[in-house]
Design a protein around this ligand. Structure first.
Ligand code: EPU
Length: 432
């Protein structure tokens, strides 16, 4: 297992480029299963989760070509298997996104039930209930969920409301309903930019979706979908993470190829906390840390409110802010795994239920820490960047799931961070 070695205390300065959004590319790859024609996706981030998603499509029988590193040409004209196996679902929950397209196009799908993960139990009951609303029969056999379309082979459009906002649930149903007979109305739909991006791709493929990005999505089912070409939106969480990196090191970063409109709540919160954030244009942010950070409470909520995927990074920022604040996590029940590690680095954080009370500023000191999930790992990198001395982060495969070339990008703006390859203990290699 690779590790990161960080020598903290360097203000980050310069330009950094944002990659495509992992959480948009994942459903967009799955959407290619809806058609026998070729779907071409650009700006797919080169991260582990996308490699896993690609493997899933290939295991199902699709052909995936990558004429360029970040371009995927997917042709699912010979799908022979309708199953997302346990081996893949257990490593990446987003493999459940294959369920909707398989069920809609082939009338059947089997997916292993995802078990617990580092950030909570994360069931898929809402996805399954929604498929039932579209006429599917869902059963559980030996840990696998088996979904079947009605006898006609086609799902039937319906109107229903999600009990709770679910991002991949909304995506799964949006894909399934695109090929259903008749009209589907999804109420209490997730409004994340990734939902809009997926709808844009589906509409290019011939779907008839209106309202994506609002709580009510209307889908007029069509008989078949065709090929399309689409560019994935920039990753708003990577953008937010680098914005915090600039602020926390007292540095100055120009963040290119991003979409500031997708992270309004994060930008507002950073400004409240004393970070200077300027939108230079529609795809560039300029972020400057002044050294005078103020403690400001935050609560994670579905988009357009503050994202849970930025909670850990924001908490690290708060360890450097003057005063006491409360970070409240409302989306996942177990998303404070980073707190124990931050305390070991000198942070003053107390957890009470889903609240973390952070008092700052505290000078963090480098330590050996262990990454527990993707965003927790990002928070440890940020902590390492502003800590005194050396931080060694173990299990960085978590960060490789969702941050493209983070070592190379951070080094290019002055961070002293190295990847230490496990099998070559003496060798410190920069990321490719
Ligand atoms: N939930 C249920 N039943 C369901 C589905 C969800 O109870 O059937 C609950 C979840 O347990 C959670 C809440 O509803 O408490 C919201 O979960 P959601 O379904 O929205 O999460 P997700 O779709 O599994 C996506 C992202 C996550 C991100 C969340 C919340 C992808 C591939 N993943 O997960 O991203 O945290 O939405 O915004 O889009 C990450 O990138 O690090 C990450 C974890």
């Amino acid at each position: 297992m690779d590790k990161f070695l960080i020598r903290g205390g360097q203000p980050l300065r310069g330009r950094i480029e944002i990659s495509g959004a992992k959480n948009s590319a994942l459903p967009c790859l799955a959407a290619a299963l809806l058609t026998p024609e070729t779907v071409i996706l650009h700006n797919v981030p080169y991260v582990k989760d996308l490699i896993t998603q690609r493997r899933l499509l290939e295991d199902l029988g699709a052909t995936v070509l990558t004429p360029e590193l970040r371009t995927h040409k997917i042709t699912a004209n010979h799908v022979e298997v309708f199953e997302a196996p346990y081996e893949l679902v257990k490593t990446m929950r987003a493999s459940v996104l294959a369920l909707g397209p398989l069920l809609a196009r082939f009338g059947q799908a089997k997916v292993s039930l995802p078990g617990g993960c580092a950030i909570g139990t994360r069931p898929i009951d809402l996805h399954l209930k929604a498929f039932e609303q579209l006429g599917a029969t869902v059963s559980l056999e030996s840990g696998d969920v088996i979904a079947r379309a009605p006898a006609s082979g086609r799902l039937i459009g319906n109107e229903f409301e999600f009990e709770k906002v679910t991002v991949t649930g909304t995506e799964n149903v949006m894909m399934a309903a695109s090929l259903a007979k008749g009209k589907t109305v999804i109420r209490n739909a997730a409004m994340e930019p990734e939902i809009e991006d997926l709808a844009a791709l589906l509409n290019k493929m011939g779907a008839r979706i209106k309202g994506a990005g609002t709580p009510v999505i209307e889908i007029d089912g069509v008989e078949q979908l065709g090929g399309a070409e689409h560019t994935i939106i920039p990753d708003r969480i990577e953008t937010g993470t680098f914005a915090v990196a600039a602020a926390i090191t007292g540095g100055e970063l120009e963040i290119k190829n991003c979409n500031p409109a997708h992270l309004t709540a994060v930008i507002e919160k950073l400004r409240e906390a004393g970070v200077i954030v300027d939108e230079l244009n529609q795809s560039t942010l300029h972020v400057r840390g002044t050294g005078d950070l103020l403690a400001r409470d935050v609560t994670t909520e579905p988009h357009p409110k503050f994202p849970t995927d930025m909670q850990a990074q924001y908490m690290v920022l708060m360890t450097q802010a003057q005063g006491t604040c409360t970070v409240t996590e409302t989306i996942f029940e177990n998303r404070f795994m980073h707190v124990g590690e931050l305390i070991r680095m000198g942070a003053d954080i107390h957890i009470s239920g889903n609240h973390a009370v952070v008092t700052g500023p505290r000078q963090l000191t480098g330590a050996k820490v262990i990454a527990s999930d993707l965003r927790a790992s990002a928070s440890l990198v940020l902590a390492g960047l502003c800590a005194n001395g050396e931080t060694l982060i173990d299990r960085v495969y978590h960060i490789d799931r969702g941050y493209e070339a983070i070592v190379r990008k951070l080094r290019s703006v002055g961070a002293m961070i190295d990847r230490i390859k496990e099998n070559l203990p003496e060798t410190v290699s920069a990321e490719s």
